[in-house]
Design a protein around this ligand. Structure first.
Ligand code: DX5
Ligand code: ZN
Length: 216
């Protein structure tokens, strides 16, 4: 299991140091939650902040766009150093066009779906995707409870990918903790985003190690 710490739970007054701390703790990638106070009822940070953070680690930047018009900003996030960009099927941008834009910048494209969105909306794009992000909470805030019933989407997507011989990764985001990660792992999840579960404990390395070992 790969663990992607969600920096939404970090101490924002030490953003760079927090990235270094997660790098040393064994994070597989850095999950950066971009919110526009329109697509979701919360506001975080954008491309200029991500660009400043890029120098703190060589690990991939996994940018989760919770914004209404992702297409308009793909170039900004590409210039800022994103490695993976996830955008929501529920956003206002054209999916096809946004994927093409991400591909044209040599970035790994991912589609994200909210809890009430059926998994089959991503099927027409499956062969172009590096990853599908299945939200296991309503996007907007950290510290919410894991929705185990989303695992049926994970299983269905894994099956579609296998039948079509695709190397698709499935990521889940929201409520991942010691108590829930095994459920995700059993369903076939490849990458777990974890905010509270890695930032709250004193020892982030121990927290990440423990989350990973629970999946073995
Ligand atoms: C929610 C964000 C998540 C969130 C996860 O909209 O996309 O990445 O920070 O936080 P936890 O792990 O605390 O649920
Ligand atoms: Zn996220």
């Amino acid at each position: 299991m790969q663990i992607a710490p969600s920096l939404l739970s970090c101490d924002f007054s030490k953003f760079g140091e927090e990235i270094v701390r997660m790098d040393k703790a064994g994070a597989d990638m850095m999950h950066l939650d971009v919110m526009d106070a329109h697509f979701v009822p919360n506001l975080t940070f954008g491309a200029p902040v991500i660009k400043m953070l890029r120098k703190y680690t060589d690990k991939p930047f996994d940018v989760h766009l919770m914004i209404s018009e992702p297409l308009k900003y793909i170039d900004d996030f590409a210039d800022a150093g994103a490695d993976i960009i996830s955008f929501h099927t529920e956003s206002d941008s054209d999916i096809e066009e946004t994927l093409s834009k991400i591909e044209s910048r040599g970035i790994k494209p991912a589609l994200a779906i909210k809890p009430n969105t059926p998994y089959d909306v991503v099927l027409p794009y499956l062969d172009r995707l590096y990853m599908v992000l299945v939200m296991t909470v309503e996007p907007g805030f950290g510290g919410q409870s894991f929705m185990a019933d989303m695992m049926s989407k994970v299983e269905a997507l894994k099956k579609h990918a296998k039948d079509r011989n695709l190397d698709l990764l499935i990521q889940v985001d929201g409520g991942i903790a010691k108590e829930t990660i095994k459920t995700a792992s059993n369903a076939g999840v490849d990458i777990c985003v974890a905010g509270t579960a890695v930032f709250k404990p004193e020892d982030a390395k121990q927290a990440i190690d423990e989350l990973k070992s629970l999946c073995e």
